[in-house]
Design a protein around this ligand. Structure first.
Ligand SMILES: [Zn+2]
Length: 374
């Protein structure tokens, strides 16, 4: 027994040394999930959804769950910075929530909400996990199914002063506005999906019985965060069984503890893997398209590949070796590749670039002003 114990002790010491040496030897600091932003939805004048008996408000439930989750992470990981977009009952603008996460260079953004439908006695139940997604013909049905919740959560911006200027004409109730969101920051999609899977898995069999699964939806707050980001609708306030769990301490504690388990599992993976911005290994090399030299005041055509709230470095693997130009529009950065003064040439480039950037589209750039070319 002693021999075995000694052997194990030596073995584990060797393993530790090897690990330490490898990390040190490569001169790279270990990749760590060091900052998490927890975002309890709504607050202050914005109650979120309200229970049919008018007694329970979404803003209160989600703040309670978020506070419990924050506490658990702070206790379990004293070296992880946990930031809450609000820790009391006050109104925070939607863009402000994303700004907090971006400013703090968070590695993960968790937005917590409660769902509801109008006018039905029992209605749907269950929790759902959402990551950023686009409106395409492929997921049109899925999108339509979630449109009510997307519209409801995005509509909080209409409570802000001067929202149409601040949000550059984005109207949560206008389907056209979502077309503008077609082109999204997808550098973090894979990581977001991984975390979403952990959440969905951990919440199964928990306080809310039904899982409505993971879906991709155009939630504004997810769009504007430059990091893996997930929005959780913890259950339906309009459903009596879900509501019972959502108002009880036991239910809220269980949801927070399941979210904490998801965080733990994800962090374990995250800390052990390469930078989340790295794309997965591709089978065939992505085409690189050359771009002609154009005067920036000239009119030209290009393939727009990304709109991002963060400025990307030129060597970022996202660009797959393509030379790009970046234009700032308000708080957003627009990235274009494969430009040409000749429309036919630009179209040809776009055809090739679509292989690497499936969400890209053709734009006309006139004195720095973009318009989409169909
Ligand atoms: Zn909400």
């Amino acid at each position: 027994m002693d021999i075995l114990r000694n052997f194990l002790a030596v073995l584990s010491a060797t393993v530790l040394c090897t690990v330490a040496f490898t990390a040190f030897g490569q001169g790279a600091s270990p990749i760590r999930l060091s900052t998490v932003v927890i975002d309890p939805g709504h607050g202050g004048k914005d109650a979120g959804c309200i229970s049919p008996d008018r007694k329970t408000m979404e803003k209160t439930v989600v703040l309670d769950i978020a506070t419990r989750l924050a506490e658990k992470i702070r206790t379990g990981y004293p070296d992880v910075k946990v930031i809450m977009t609000r820790s009391d009952d006050h109104f925070v603008e939607l863009q402000g929530r994303a700004d907090i996460a971006n400013r703090n260079k968070a590695n993960l953004f968790i937005s917590i909400h409660v769902n509801s439908v109008e006018g039905k006695r029992s209605g749907p139940n269950g929790y759902s996990v959402h990551i950023l997604g686009q409106y395409t013909s492929k997921n049109r049905d899925l999108y339509a199914g979630n449109m009510d919740v997307v519209r409801r959560e995005n509509a909080v911006i209409t409570m802000e002063d001067d929202y149409s200027t601040k949000y550059e004409g984005f109207n949560p109730n206008d389907p056209e506005s979502y077309i503008f969101m077609n082109l999204m920051q997808n550098a973090f999609l894979e990581q977001s999906f991984k975390f979403a899977q952990h959440v969905d898995r951990e919440m199964k069999g928990g306080a809310i019985h039904n899982s409505r699964g993971i879906s991709q939806d155009p939630f504004y707050v997810l769009w504007r965060t430059a990091m893996p980001a997930v929005l959780v609708e913890c259950g339906f306030m309009s459903n009596p069984t879900d509501r019972e769990a959502l108002v009880s301490n036991k239910g809220k504690e269980r949801i927070a503890s399941d979210l904490y388990d998801a965080f733990r599992n994800y962090k374990k993976e995250y800390d052990g893997v390469e930078s989340p911005a790295n794309p997965p290994a591709k089978q065939e090399p992505a085409p690189v398209v050359s771009a002609e030299t154009v005067d920036s005041t000239a009119t030209f055509y290009a393939t727009q590949i990304l709109v991002s709230s963060k400025e990307m470095p030129s060597g970022d693997p996202f660009f797959k070796g393509n030379e790009f130009k970046v234009y700032q529009a308000g708080k957003l950065f627009k990235y274009i590749v494969g430009w040409s003064t000749d429309l036919e040439e630009a179209k040809k480039n776009h055809g090739l670039l679509k292989k690497s950037f499936p969400d890209s589209f053709l734009v006309k750039v006139e004195n720095g002003v973009f318009s989409r070319v169909n």
